[in-house]
Design a protein around this ligand. Sequence first.
Ligand SMILES: *Cc1c(COP(=O)(O)O)cnc(C)c1O
Length: 461
Amino acid sequence: MQKTLELFQRISTNLLEQEKGNPTSEYISTEKLYETIDLGLKEDPLSEEEFEAALQDLVFATPKTGTSTFFNQLFGGRNEKAVLGDLLAVLLNNSMYTYKVAGAQVGVEKSVLSEVCKIIGWDENADGTFASGGSMTNLMSMIMARDAVAETVKNTGVQGKMMVYTSADSHYSIPKNASFCGIGRNQVRYIKTNRKGQINVLDLARQVEEDIQQGFTPTLVNLTAGTTVLGAFDDVRAVKNICSKYNIWLHLDGAYCGAVLLSRKYRHLIDGVELVDSFSFNAHKMIGTPLTCSLIVVKNKKHLFDSFSNEANYLYQAEDDHFNLGKTSMQCGRRNDALKFWTLWKSVGTLGLEKIVDKQFELADYARTYIENNENYTLHSYEESISVCFNYKGVSAKKICTALYENSELLVGFGNVKNQKFVRLVTINAQNSKDDILNFFKTMEVFVDHNMVVKKEAQFI
Ligand SMILES: *Cc1c(COP(=O)(O)O)cnc(C)c1O
C-alpha cells in the first residue's frame, strides 16, 4: 500500500504542477478518444512503469474541474480540507448503514446533520440523511410526501389521484421522481415563474384549488433555492401558507444554493426555511466539497423512519436505531459522504463556510457589473444570483460555449429560459478571484472577436 500511496503522491503532484500552466485540458473528440489514450484492457499485466505512464496520461487528459477556467456546471474548485476527508473516507471504506461497521463515522454524519438542523432552528425532533445527490434527496422528499398523505401507499401502491407542484424553472429530477414514486409524470403541475425565475404564488394557489375540485390530492409542493439556470429563489414563506391551508408537504430543493443557510448576509434568500417539511442541499455545489455530498433534513424525523426503514435482522444486530443510519436511508451500502463536509467544517468553522458562500455572490456582483458597464453584452439574470447569464455581441451562446470547449480555452455552459438562449457563467468556485472572472471575459472576448464575429470590413470585400 505504501508504494501505491507514493504513486498517488507523484501523480497528484504532477497534476497540480501541470494545471498551473494548463488549466484547461486538451479537447479530445469522442471519435479520437480511444486512439489518443490507451484505455483498452488486456489479458497481460502492465509493468509498474507502463502502469504509471498510463495513469499519468489519463489524469492529464481528463477535464479539469478544479481550476480557474472551469465554469461549466454547478460545482468547481478544489477544497483541500474536503479532499482530505474524502481520501480518508476511501481509505477507511466504511458503509454507513450500521454503527457496528461505521462507528465514529456515524457520529460524524450525525454531527453535520444536527448542526444543520440547529442552524435552521429545528429541535431534536429533526433529523436527516445523506444521499447520492440532489436528484436522490428530492426523490426522498417526494416519497415522504406521498407516504404522509396516504399511509397505506407503501403496501398498496398509489390508488388515488395525487398531484405534485413545482415551478417551470425547477430541476428535471421532479418529473423523473414522480414517475419513480408511482405518482406519474402527468401529475406534475409546472407553475409559471416571474421575470426573475421565481414561482408565481397566486398561480400555485389557483391551481391547487382547481385540482382539489377535480378530485386530486395535492401531495407535494417542491420549491427551489437557486434554480438551475437563473439561480432564482422561490418565496418559501408565501407558499407555506398554501401548504398549511391544504396540508401539503413542502420541500425546498436547495441543491444548488441552499447553502446560503450558512451565511448571515444571504440566508434571507431562504427566509422561512424553518417552516418547510424537508430541505436539501448539495455541499458539493456551493460549499465546494468533492462530488457527491448531498444531504436532506426533515423537521419531523418520524417521516424518515416511516418511509425508509425496513426490518432486516441480518443487518441490524446491535445498537440503538438512531445510530443505525441504514434505518433512514435510501440505500443499503452507502459511502461516507459526510466526512469531507465535516473535515472542511471542522477546519474552517461555520464562519469559514459563510465566507465560501459570500465570496460567490461577491464574484457574481463583480461579473454583473462588468457586463452592465459593457455595451457589447446583454444581461439576463438578476442580483443575488450566482448564475450570471448573458449574450455577447449577439453571437449564438451555444456556438460560443462549444467553440471555447473545442479549442480548450474555457469550460462554460449555456442555458435557456423563456425561449432565450444565453451563456451561463456560474461563480460557484469560491477559490476564484475577481481577476479570474475578468480573465474569463477577456479570454472569451478575444476568442469570439477573432474567430466568430463577422467583421464589418469583410462585408465590403
Ligand atoms: C444540481 C441540482 C439538482 C440535482 O443534484 P444532483 O446532485 O446533480 O443530482 C437538483 N436540483 C437543483 C436545483 C440543482 O441545481
